[in-house]
Design a protein around this ligand. Structure first.
Ligand code: TYM
Length: 339
């Protein structure tokens, strides 16, 4: 098994990232190490320049994100932890895959449509070709599994399409260049929603900080955000079916279930018939108890810039080594002469 996944260093880690992806990264890191496989986790800093950004903030966020990932349990001795910018093979492979990816495929990507909005002419080319770089990220390492939240599923399907077309066009059936990666999406936390709007995903780009729980929020902030979270006037139902048509309630119960390790039905068996006045403090306390140790570790790590840089440097050296054979095969398959 080879696990590969990435996160954009565009701000704090939030609960959606943690429950949708990072918690699985940690779990898979241990499973894979036990089975003799390998896990690679990276900061998608090259993706981050597809939107307007402030260079000094990107550098600071990149280091903070390393501290946050280590605080969550990513162990640089077990996983290869690095940033794309120190592994030029990602950008190189993207260019080689640009010959295979089709305009029509990229035009259908919902992230492109959402982020470019009505102003497509003014969007960066990087935003349009973003999914090709994402395909390069995983294909470069022959990833077998990619742990992500639901919102990345379409990008991974595209990575498979690109791999398949490249293999068909440029490789023989018994010696494909690329492995087709499978997404791993946690059923219980595939899509954590905003605390202010049950129809929008929890996101770093939401202008309201009240819409998300950041892994760096202190206990008071977490309790406040949960208390102010949007709900409806009904008490909680006793069974899952009763959450239908109640997106905010379903989201809060889902977060409780994912954090406690209980099923939604058993959370509702405990809280069915209760109002949010009772449920919200219980959820707030659960969040605080799970996030406080991560927060404490993060605060310890984040000031040591040279230690964080050393983690990225060492991880990037290992990643570059793993990247070379696939990149060489890709150049050769395309008929590109390199001396
Ligand atoms: P990013 O930085 O937006 O998010 C990182 C991970 O967190 C998951 N996630 C969520 N899961 C559940 N509920 C939410 N509200 C939520 N918000 C975010 C995302 O699904 C993701 O797994 N394009 C990617 C980064 C990337 C990547 C890759 C991922 C670049 N190359 C290669 C996998 C493989 C992104 O912007 O994720």
């Amino acid at each position: 098994m080879r696990i590969v996944s990435g996160i954009q260093p565009t701000g704090n880690l939030h609960l959606g990232n943690y429950l949708g992806a990072i918690r699985n990264w940690v779990k898979m890191q241990d499973d894979v190490a036990a089975g003799g496989g390998q896990s690679l986790y990276f900061l998608a800093d090259l993706h981050a320049i597809s939107m307007p950004h402030v260079p000094a903030e990107l550098a600071a966020n990149t280091r903070e994100m390393v501290a946050a990932l280590v605080a969550c349990g990513i162990n640089p001795d077990k996983s290869i932890l690095f940033n794309q910018a120190q592994v030029p093979q990602h950008a190189e492979l993207q260019w080689l895959l640009n010959g295979t990816a089709r305009m029509g495929w990229l035009n259908r990507m919902t992230q492109w449509k959402d982020k470019a909005g009505k102003n497509r002419e003014g969007a960066s080319i990087a935003l349009f070709t973003y999914p090709v770089l994402q395909a390069a990220d995983v294909l470069l390492y022959q990833a077998t599994h990619v742990p992500v939240g639901e919102d990345q599923k379409q990008h991974l399907e595209l990575a498979r399409d690109i791999a398949q077309k490249f293999n068909n066009d440029f490789a023989s059936e018994d010696a494909p260049v690329f492995t087709l990666p499978d997404p791993i999406i946690p059923p219980e936390a595939a899509r954590i929603m905003s605390l202010r709007d049950g129809s929008a995903k929890m996101s770093k780009s939401d202008p309201s900080d009240m819409s998300r729980i950041n892994l760096t929020d202190d206990a008071d902030t977490i309790m406040q955000k949960v208390k102010k979270a949007k709900t409806d006037p009904e008490p909680l139902p006793s069974e899952k079916a009763g959450l239908e048509g109640r997106p905010e309630a379903a989201n809060l119960v889902g977060i409780f279930a994912a954090l406690s390790g209980l099923s939604v039905d058993s959370v509702l068996a405990d809280f069915g018939g209760e109002g949010f006045g009772k449920f919200k403090p219980a959820l707030g306390e659960l969040l605080v108890s799970k996030l406080a140790p991560i927060n404490a570790r993060f605060v310890e790590l984040k000031g040591d810039t040279s230690a964080l840089d050393a983690i990225l440097r060492a991880g990037a050296a290992k990643a570059r080594e793993l990247a070379v054979p696939t990149l060489d095969k890709t150049y050769a398959a395309l008929g590109l002469v390199r001396g």
